[in-house]
Design a protein around this ligand. Sequence first.
Ligand SMILES: *Cc1c(COP(=O)(O)O)cnc(C)c1O
Ligand code: SF4
Length: 334
Amino acid sequence: MIPANAPSTQPTPWQVQWREAVREPAELLAALGLERLSDRLAVGGTRQFPLRVPRHFLARMRHGDADDPLLRQVLPLDAEDQPAAGFGLDAVGDLDARAAPGLLHKYEGRALLVATGSCAIHCRYCFRRHFPYAEETAAANQWSGALDHLRRAPDIEEVLLSGGDPLSLSTAKLRQFTDALSGIGHVKRLRLHTRLPIVLPARIDAPLLDWIAGLAQQCIVVVHANHPNEIDRDVTSALTALREAGATVLNQAVLLRGVNDDVESLAGLSLALFESGTLPYYLHQLDRVAGVAHFEVDDARALQLVEALRTRLPGYLVPKLVREVAGAGSKLPL
Ligand SMILES: *Cc1c(COP(=O)(O)O)cnc(C)c1O
Ligand code: SF4
């Protein structure tokens, strides 16, 4: 079926769009007419976690608006370089939960694979900005370490591919994993945690959809959008296509000061997602890693926002407000 809003020309392949991402803060600011912000850029933060923004995401930002909610998620500002008490390097205890290279087994029945360290976009608030990716990816070594562990762990019913962004791997590489996984009978569900359908929707191409439609496991795709302005027509098409391929599509967002810490943005996000066949899942309180303190929203305000959402929206459009606590057996509700 050809969707009514299908583009009339061939879109640029996702790999090309990936390579052409903006990587220079000066170029980003110039594209938005915001050169005046150039003396507020982070130095240490940018060196450690460089700027990266797909042009399709840049196109959704408002020209000349320094407070644009999409820009704020990606622009390395000098606030990142300010040390803040209580903001460390491994806030969520990932380094203690390693069961095999690139495999985190923290919660009952579910194992998370750090499939790759790459992302199409670099989100300034991301807790993985400090994770030692180079030694820790499951796709290196043809997935064999992770697969060996999964074969020996009959209690694992659900495998999460995370990262980084697992859809930054080629579809062939993903297929190599799920072909081997289909021989492990106790794994019933495959979950993908990915921001690519949002930031680079061209990634949801025909080969990827074929792969999802043919999976032996039930497939859940958890995307990551924080603000309704992220959902444009191409994103809606990508989310709809994932659902039509048989995936259950959910969204997780992070509550971020100056991005989505108002009822209007959060309600708009839930509604825009639902119009694309996607349900809100989690609204995360920020993980307290170094360099992100300026994004934090305090718990009282977070609870107030979700309370306001509950009166405004049907219950199925209200995400669960949670925090990740090192050592806990699940994400914890606030
Ligand atoms: C968040 C997370 C999961 C999944 O938790 P759900 O509550 O099922 O979404 C699984 N493993 C790890 C290591 C996680 O961080
Ligand atoms: S892991 Fe997700 S949140 Fe972190 S930088 Fe990559 S896309 Fe952004």
